[in-house]
Design a protein around this ligand. Structure first.
Ligand SMILES: Cc1ncc(COP(=O)(O)O)c(C=O)c1O
Length: 373
């Protein structure tokens, strides 16, 4: 291989860095229990799979902004869930939401070339930072308040003046914290910075109902939602963004030009999923019981109390050394979890446990750890 580029070199994908621990977890009877990536393993409803198979939408190109029926279903869901009425033309489809998060900065930079900065929570889903990097933007982490949520007062005025967007994430991955959406929306309006609120875990809150930043009005804010976690459809790749009329319309137009389209059958399946709340209730109870079980098992095993999150399906546990804890858990429990450094430098003294595996697999980890205790 010849050296061809001195430019951007993609860093190793965080979760691939866990591969060196796999021989350890594999050597357990029953194999690896993977609690690292937050990917659902529970099944989606059959009605959704039926809609996927029978929509007859395979032949033609789907509308990039989403079919009228899909956007109406998203509108109905937001009305039911948050009591807000978002006009359907202020909603656009995305291919899951990772691509939306990862590409947003380049579209915003084109829209306003005088700005170059993306603000994001200092402990967060890595794609907020990566999207900024891929667009050649500055990524500026905003430290978290002790209770979670970004410390808006700590944002430097000079960074705010250069900001294309502020990302917030509520409930947050990996911390599970709920954002002060009122304060975030107000800060964005006061500073003329669009606030993008990633709400893909909003159906999984453990202290009251999930809330959307759109409840504070649509102006200057955009909420991002995903079917991946809500309906166990991460493999289908469907999400949507909704909010400020001008921002949404701009994004709909640029995304149309680049051919970002959710396949028609996937949109049809998503309509069936969005119109059904029952399966979400079932899923919520699954996550709730796994969070309770694993928190108790890990407390007993480690000798340190493990707190429940306010939302999402992760345990975010303070530890002395994230990699050491991760390796010990691989040895004793045959489980893979994520060292907190995957989510930013401030995450180093933590680990994240995703309670995504089926109950019998989670129980297997519990049994292995209990036999060690
Ligand atoms: C905070 C957050 N945002 C967005 C995503 C992207 O999910 P998807 O692309 O499946 O919608 C994830 C996935 O784990 C996430 O944790």
């Amino acid at each position: 291989m010849t050296e061809t580029s001195k430019g951007f070199v993609p860093p190793p994908y965080p979760y691939e860095r866990l591969n060196r621990l796999r021989p350890i977890t594999e050597s357990h009877d029953g194999g690896t229990v993977d609690l690292s990536v937050g990917t659902p393993f529970d099944p989606p409803p059959q009605s959704v799979l039926d809609a996927l198979a029978t929509s007859g939408t395979e032949r033609s190109y789907p509308p990039s902004i989403g079919t009228a029926d899909f956007r109406e279903a998203a509108k109905r869901w937001m009305s039911r869930r948050f009591g807000i009425e978002v006009p359907a033309d202020q909603i656009g489809a995305s291919i899951g939401t990772k691509e939306f998060v990862g590409t947003l900065p380049q579209w915003l930079k084109l829209r306003d070339p005088s700005r170059d900065t993306i603000l994001y929570p200092a402990i967060a889903y890595p794609t907020y930072e990566m999207g900024a990097t891929l667009a050649g933007c500055r990524a500026v982490p905003i430290r978290l308040l002790p209770g979670g949520g970004v410390d808006l007062d700590s944002i430097d005025e000079s960074d705010a003046a250069r900001a294309l967007a502020l990302w917030v994430n509520s409930p947050g991955n990996p911390t599970g914290a709920l954002e002060d959406r009122v304060a975030a929306a107000r800060w964005g309006r006061e500073h003329g910075v669009p606030v993008f609120s990633d709400e893909c875990y909003v159906e999984f809150t453990w202290s009251g109902p999930g809330r959307s930043i759109l409840e504070e009005g649509l102006e200057g804010v955009v909420a991002v939602h995903s079917l991946s976690k809500r309906s166990n459809l991460a493999g289908l790749r469907v999400g949507f963004y909704a909010g400020d009329a001008e921002l949404v319309s701009y994004l709909q137009e640029v995304r149309k030009h680049v051919g970002l389209m959710v396949p028609g059958p996937a949109q049809a399946a998503a309509i069936a999923a969005l119109d059904d709340d029952e399966h979400v209730e079932v899923q919520r109870e699954r996550y709730r019981s796994r969070l309770t079980l694993l928190a108790s098992v890990l407390s007993d095993w480690s000798g340190e109390p493990v707190a429940q999150p306010d939302g999402a399906f992760y345990l975010w546990i303070p530890v002395n050394d994230g990699w050491e804890y991760t390796e010990r858990l691989a040895r004793d429990g045959g489980a893979l979890v994520s060292p907190g450094e995957f989510y930013g430098d401030d995450g180093v003294p933590f680990i994240r446990v995703a309670v995504v595996q089926p109950d019998d697999r989670v129980q297997l980890v519990a049994d292995r750890l209990a036999s060690r205790g």
